[in-house]
Design a protein around this ligand. Structure first.
Ligand code: NAD
Length: 294
């Protein structure tokens, strides 16, 4: 992968000022890792509460670095100062790379993407969508060649892999700039073709359905999680992973996958994830999911 990346990014422009749209779980993490690598970040959300959550996340990640003596308090301050929070699109005018990380709803994303193109016509615009096809979202844009997917994984500071998705109309230059930005973050980019769920979530969706069905069949959630993590060796079990992703986001993603792959990604009749969302249990983000989080 390293050799391929080197080839792809030869001569590509580096990102200098990065816009991040949506300061939730993913946007907060992307803003943090980008500022941490010395780039300026404009972090935009639709409300102050959303922005505060994203900034809190960056603050707490940096505080941990200081506690572990991996960063000085001055370096922490410098990183935080590079993140400019905003509620206004105009603040994005000078950005050359924009990561859209708003809710997994195509209608919302399409409006946001069209606005971004107006305000920063020379930027690469990338969606962090987990499941929606890039070629579908691109229909909202006048210049789809400047658009691709840059799909980070959660938690962003820890996960090395980033999928860079080439839509039908994405230009080579856009892919080069996207891959270069991921490399600037010290992460591992893989360029994948466009399809619902890309590579990783096409594997994960059936895994979550299998977990759901196992529980419906009488499986005990903490036992399944313990077996899949501690005993089987994965970093966490399926229930905990769903809590980390956010059950609302996971439910949207599984809907998209079911629609995209009829008969192959069908949700179990008794849909536990949706049942949790209906109870307002969203996982780690509101402290209540399959597990209680402090
Ligand atoms: P989230 O619910 O934590 O955050 C979404 C944020 O977007 C909120 O702060 C909300 O206020 C903001 N928002 C909504 N509409 C907006 C608008 N019009 N303009 C600006 N901000 C707006 O969601 P998340 O988990 O961070 O997911 C964001 C995206 O990243 C989704 O597309 C999701 O599929 C994808 N993703 C999520 C994960 C995960 O594990 N949660 C992993 C990879 C990718």
């Amino acid at each position: 992968v390293k050799a391929k990346t080197k080839n792809i990014i030869k001569g590509a422009e580096s990102a200098q000022e990065v816009g991040v749209i949506g300061a939730g779980i993913m946007g907060g993490g992307v803003a943090y890792v980008t500022a941490d690598k010395g780039m300026d970040v404009v972090l935009k959300d639709i409300n102050k509460a959303g922005l505060a959550l994203g900034l809190d996340e960056a603050n707490s990640l940096l505080s941990k670095q200081v506690e572990r003596r991996r960063k000085t308090p001055k370096a922490m301050g410098d990183t935080l100062n590079r993140i400019q929070p905003t509620l206004h699109n105009e603040s994005l005018q000078a950005t050359d790379m924009i990561i859209e990380a708003v809710v997994e709803n195509p209608k919302v994303k399409e409006v946001v993407l069209a606005e971004l193109e107006q305000v920063a016509p020379n930027a690469v615009i990338a969606s962090n969508t987990s499941t929606l096809m890039i070629s579908g979202l691109a229909q909202a844009l006048k210049k789809p060649e400047n658009f691709c997917g840059i799909h980070f994984f959660n938690p962003v500071p820890k996960m090395p892999l980033v999928e860079v998705i080439r839509g039908e109309k994405t230009s080579d230059e856009t892919i080069q700039r996207a891959v270069k930005y991921v490399a600037q973050l010290g992460k591992t980019p893989i360029v994948v073709n466009d399809c619902a769920g890309f590579l990783v979530n096409r594997c994960l969706a059936p895994y979550f359905h299998a977990f759901n069905q196992l529980v419906v069949d009488g499986g005990h959630i903490p036992t399944i999680d313990k077996v899949m993590s501690k005993e089987f060796g994965w970093p966490m079990g399926p229930a905990y992973l769903l809590d980390v992703i956010g059950l609302d986001t996971a439910a949207h993603c599984l809907d998209v996958m079911e629609e995209a792959f009829p008969g192959r990604m069908t949700k179990p009749e008794k849909n536990l994830i949706q049942a949790m969302v209906d109870l307002d249990h969203y996982g780690q983000k509101n402290k209540q999911g399959f597990f209680t989080h402090t």
